[in-house]
Design a protein around this ligand. Structure first.
Ligand code: MV4
Length: 446
């Protein structure tokens, strides 16, 4: 196992990684931007280096500075967390060339899965159902019109370098398709430096179900069940839970097995998530792989009892998985609610500033993953997540009751948060019945 690693991230996930390292007796080197200087989670690292200015492009995205910190700090490995450089195949490759282990997948697998058209091909080779659409990149308008006629409208134009919803356009007829093609390509060129687009049938109001995977470097691959992440707003997830409500047992088994087949076909290792859309008939379609630890990983940890950060470290250090598929339990129900520093009254714009008062819920079944405290100043430069409230109870009804109780206890003063919106969600009959789709928030609550 590693003796010393660098954490190339900030906030709650940096603290989450540092905590597991401390339990395992692994020393940590943290890096921070000027905006995060003096943040209290940095005190729990063994060392901390400033790597630049407030904007992430001047700090957390600076590969050369992070590598310098890793070399000065004399670490064996780098954990990228999520966001920032976590899915940057070039960064993973630079780490390798500097003889520093990247705690994530091999850069070749990241590269391939990061390209959505290639990921679709891998899925098809693994006999995993993909959304009907183009075989590869769309080369011209004529081809797009032909594919759209074939699969039928509505269709979705997606960027091959995209993901998380960027560079997506819904077209409902031939006329709008032309505009969608050029708009999506231009947006993709600007955002990803890659104008490649492809077509998929647009699945209306699906559910979003994703499967957690662990794969070691010895050919062992297991799944840790699924998470339902349907409740989101503008591609920002708000609530995640496991097991997925109302998913028939046979579908659940199929979707988990499909995720394993895909990952095995892709030369993957470490932790990853395979995302699917599920339609109203429970047909599931592969959409993308997230080659990183995810924000919502704690719900999986709660029901399986497995520390996913620990597993990432062990896998990266070359250890074999210490358990087989049938030893992975799924006990009870876990739900995560994201607490964001946002103002629901003003279109969820960021609400940075000083947290003047903070009362955090506790008691049976509650976990709160957060780096904030009373007196903490939420910087305006990064995403607005200030904490994740996670409950774990034997039944889904009890988990919802526990979440409602916890949200009532929660008290954040000085900034606006998503807590009022979360309270609405957990009181809504459609959520309680496990009967929501990706359009729910905008349709019912805003
Ligand atoms: C889709 C889709 C409908 N049909 N693909 C959004 C983010 C990216 N991961 C994929 N996304 C979608 N892809 C087809 N063919 C609808 C979405 C989508 C969505 C997916 C999951 C969770 C929330 C979503 C919100 C809007 C759209």
């Amino acid at each position: 196992m590693f003796q010393r690693i660098l954490v190339a991230n900030r906030g709650e996930i940096a603290l989450r990684i540092i905590r597991t390292c401390r339990e395992l007796g692994i020393e940590t080197v943290a890096v921070f931007s000027e905006a995060d200087r003096g943040a209290s989670y940095l005190d729990l690292a063994d060392e901390a280096y400033c790597i630049g200015g407030n904007n992430s492009s001047d700090s957390y995205l600076m590969i050369n500075r992070i590598i310098s910190a890793a070399e000065i700090g004399n670490v064996q490995a780098i954990h990228p967390g999520y966001g920032f450089l976590a899915e940057n195949a070039h960064f993973a490759e630079v780490c390798r060339s500097c003889k520093i282990e990247f705690i994530g997948p091999p850069h070749e697998a990241m590269q391939q899965l990061g390209d959505k058209v290639t990921a679709r091909t891998i899925a098809r080779n693994a006999k995993v159902y993909t959304v009907p659409g183009s075989d590869g990149l769309i080369e011209n308008e004529t081809e797009a019109l032909r594919v759209a006629e074939e699969i039928g409208y509505p269709v979705l134009v997606k960027a091959t370098a995209g993901g998380g919803g960027k560079g997506m356009r819904v077209a409902r007829n031939n006329i709008s398709l032309k505009g969608c093609l050029s708009a999506a390509a231009a947006e993709a060129e600007k955002a990803f430096n890659n104008a490649g687009v492809y077509l998929e049938k647009y699945i209306e109001n699906p559910r979003h179900v994703e499967v957690q995977i662990l794969a070691d470097h010895h050919g062992n691959t297991v799944h840790l069940w699924e998470r339902d992440c349907t409740l989101q707003r503008r591609h920002q997830k708000l609530v995640e839970e496991t097991p997925a409500p109302n998913l028939p047992k046979a579908v659940r088994e199929d979707i988990c097995k499909a995720a394993i087949r895909l990952v095995k076909t892709s030369g993957y290792a470490n932790a990853g998530t395979v995302e699917f859309l599920v339609d109203s008939e429970y047909q599931f379609y592969f959409i993308e792989v997230n080659a990183r630890i995810q924000v919502e990983h704690p719900v999986t940890e709660q029901v399986t009892g497995i520390d996913l950060i620990e597993q990432q470290l062990r896998i990266a250090a070359g250890e074999e998985l210490g358990f087989s598929q049938r030893k992975i339990p799924c006990l009870g129900f876990s739900i995560e609610a994201r607490i964001n520093a946002e103002d629901p009254e003003h279109d969820f714009r960021g609400s940075p500033g000083t947290i003047t008062g903070l009362k955090v819920p506790g008691g049976r079944g509650i976990r709160f993953d957060s780096h904030v405290h009373a007196g903490y100043r939420v910087p305006p430069y990064y995403d607005s997540l200030i904490g994740k409230l996670i409950v774990h109870r034997p039944t889904r009804a009890e988990a919802i009751r526990c979440m409602k109780r916890a949200l009532e206890e929660f008290c954040v003063e000085g900034i606006h948060t998503t807590i009022p919106l979360l309270k609405q969600i957990f009181n809504h009959s459609a959520f309680i019945d496990g009967n929501v789709d990706t359009g729910f928030i905008e349709r019912e609550l805003l």
